[in-house]
Design a protein around this ligand. Structure first.
Ligand SMILES: [Zn+2]
Length: 99
């Protein structure tokens, strides 16, 4: 990975996934009404501790594929719950038909 140079003390460090975090740009209320805050990937300098902005982050939007995958997960969890409670899928369907 590319080394970053601290703009405060000049220390050169390698950014790691574990050490980086996301931070919002500070905004006043009137600024927040006009546009959303820019999100940055930040890392504190290992030597002096000053914040260093590594890159701009864009908000992630869930894709229809990942939403379908999430629903599959919920369905699987529900089936798992049913079997844990010793209720078969057939019984559940019958109860729903009567109601
Ligand atoms: Zn530094």
């Amino acid at each position: 990975m590319k080394k970053k140079r601290c703009s405060v003390c000049g220390f050169r460090f390698v950014p790691t996934k574990e050490a980086t975090y996301a931070a919002n740009e500070p905004q006043t209320v009137s600024e927040a009404l006009k546009k959303s805050a820019t999100v940055y990937t930040m890392m504190d300098c290992p030597k002096c501790g000053c914040q260093q902005a590594l890159s701009i982050r864009f908000p992630r939007i869930p894709t229809p594929v990942s939403a379908a995958e999430a629903f599959k997960g919920v369905t699987a969890a529900f089936k798992g719950l049913n079997s844990a409670l010793h209720v078969s899928d057939e019984e559940t369907t019958k109860e729903r038909g009567e109601g």
